[in-house]
Design a protein around this ligand. Structure first.
Ligand code: SF4
Length: 77
């Protein structure tokens, strides 16, 4: 089972809870400091879409739960 993670960077309000809960998956990038999916998890180089191992499900789910703008979506597939 894999876990798909999406960030809608247009909704992001740069609260950075995602970086706190899942620092191995979400990294801040310039120029705006909004998070991107860490390079090794990106799907086709897309900074807003990633696939992470199931072992990271709880931390990305925690980031989804705590994101104040609803910018993060996490799905188990
Ligand atoms: S927790 Fe949500 S609003 Fe905050 S930086 Fe992450 S994606 Fe953006």
């Amino acid at each position: 089972m894999v876990v798909r993670v999406r960030i809608d960077r247009r909704k992001c309000v740069v609260a950075h809870f995602c970086l706190f809960y899942a620092p191995t998956v979400f990294i801040p990038i310039l120029p705006d400091g909004k998070p991107a999916i860490a390079e090794q998890y990106r799907v086709d180089g897309n900074i807003e879409e990633g696939i992470v191992p199931d072992s990271l499900y709880e931390i990305v789910k925690e980031a989804e739960r705590n994101c104040p703008s609803g910018a993060i979506k996490v799905y188990r597939e």
